[in-house]
Design a protein around this ligand. Structure first.
Ligand SMILES: N[C@@H](CCC(=O)N[C@@H](CS)C(=O)NCC(=O)O)C(=O)O
Length: 213
């Protein structure tokens, strides 16, 4: 049985799916995207929304990174502490996943997209909106090791992916001390893949953004 993932390494939503695959020790066959794949009839048949990451697991196609992350855990390691089974604990993880996709990452996306699409400088007001959300995150991290307590969950992976993607932009995150401590803890925990799935792709994304301006 083959698990395939259509992805590009520097994409934030793709990175977080690959993190889950690493932690679960899943063998994923990566399908590298270029414009010919995005518009190919084969890919559009799997994902008419033509976005990545797109998973194909034993013929089952799925897109939306957070849906893919929870699917992989539910299917391959349902006892994983990354996505606790207790209803309230799981709801709290879900709350962070929705906050990230609907508030944190989406604001960051609207900040950097003018650079990618039009080669123009981002709107500082949108940057400020993003930093306001990071301030709330910093406050939430004041009395806790990870977002949902002493154990790393999908909440940490998805929010950490947004924060490290922001490090590729000109936004200054240096005043957020709790966020900084939390990132260092995650890096220590995941030292085996941090360079591959965080440091290197974030650098690639930073270079990509700079090349557009
Ligand atoms: N909410 C989606 C966002 C996916 C997304 O924006 N993917 C981008 C690359 S990072 C993409 O595929 N863009 C090309 C397109 O939409 O045609 C997720 O989390 O998976």
């Amino acid at each position: 049985m083959v698990i395939e993932l259509y992805q590009v390494p520097m994409s934030a939503p793709c990175r977080q799916v690959m993190m889950v695959a690493k932690i679960l020790n899943l063998h994923i066959e990566k399908r590298v995207m270029d414009q010919t794949v995005y518009t190919s009839p084969e890919f559009l048949k799997i994902n008419p929304f033509h976005c990545i990451p797109t998973l194909v697991d034993d013929g089952f196609g799925l897109w939306e990174s957070r849906a893919i992350m929870t699917y992989l855990i539910n299917k391959y390691e349902p006892e994983s502490s990354l996505y606790p089974k207790d209803i309230k604990a799981r709801a709290t993880v879900d709350r962070w996943l929705y906050w990230d996709t609907g508030s944190l990452y989406s604001t960051l996306y609207f900040y950097y997209t003018p650079i990618v699409r039009q080669g123009i400088k981002p709107d500082p007001a949108v940057g400020k909106l993003f930093l306001d959300k990071v301030m709330l995150l910093d406050e939430a991290l004041a009395d806790t090791k990870y977002l949902c307590g002493d154990t790393i969950t999908l909440a940490d992976l998805t929010v950490m992916t947004s924060i490290t993607t922001a490090q590729a932009t000109d936004l200054d995150l240096s005043s957020f001390k709790n966020v900084d401590r939390w990132l260092k803890q995650l890096e220590t925990n995941y030292a085996d893949w941090w360079k591959e799935l965080v440091t290197d792709p974030v650098k690639e994304f930073r270079d990509f953004l700079q090349s557009k301006l």
